[in-house]
Ligand binder design. Structure first.
Ligand code: HEC
Length: 155
């Protein structure tokens, strides 16, 4: 006879194992990649928004906050590319299938964004006022638009 305690331990181990299997089976590599890149862009937007607000004069300029956000975007810019894997352009995604066909161009647009974001972080560290940051911010915003225009289906 096994005790109730032993039974409970075994039962909970089975439940954990079963839910792990279910969790693993729930998401295909394509779905995981889509969620990964979308989450990355959400994080980028979270930091990009306040900078846009300051540049437009909607939020008072604060050099330290701007710098923190610019550095975050520069770091985060390195991640979304990992999520653009083969066969991940259908389903719950706004990424156009053209990405797969024009991967070199897509990668080069991502690199333009990464370079612009790094320059923006540098400018934010040196500038005394928002005017000094505007050109670098403009270039970064342009790099988002240039890619979305070609490769993102805005639903
Ligand atoms: C090289 C291409 C590229 C660049 C550069 C780029 N994006 Fe995107 N972005 C995409 C694609 C493609 C999607 C759609 C991803 C999907 O739905 O799987 C996307 C989606 C998004 C989303 C929606 C995420 C979600 O919740 O589904 C936001 C927000 C976003 N981008 C913001 C930005 C911002 C801000 C920048 C610049 C600072 C930027 N992106 C630069 C290609 C790019």
């Amino acid at each position: 006879m096994i005790s109730f305690k032993q039974f409970a331990t075994v039962a909970s181990a089975i439940i954990v194992a079963a839910s792990t299997v279910v969790y693993a089976a729930e998401k295909s590599p394509a779905e995981s990649a889509q969620e990964y890149r979308q989450a990355g862009f959400e994080m980028i937007r979270y930091h990009f928004g306040p900078m846009a607000g300051m540049v437009k004069g909607e939020i008072p300029f604060d050099a330290a906050t701007f710098k923190t956000n610019a550095e975050a975007v520069a770091t985060l810019s390195k991640f979304p590319m990992h999520g653009f894997i083969a066969g991940s352009y259908e389903g719950d995604t706004e990424a156009k299938p053209e990405i797969e066909k024009n991967m070199d161009d897509f990668k080069s647009k991502m690199e333009t964004f990464q370079v612009a974001a790094a320059d923006l972080a540098k400018a934010a560290g040196e500038a005394k006022d928002v005017e000094g940051i505007k050109p670098a911010f403009g270039k970064t915003a342009e790099s988002c638009k240039a890619c979305h225009k070609e490769y993102r289906e805005e639903k």
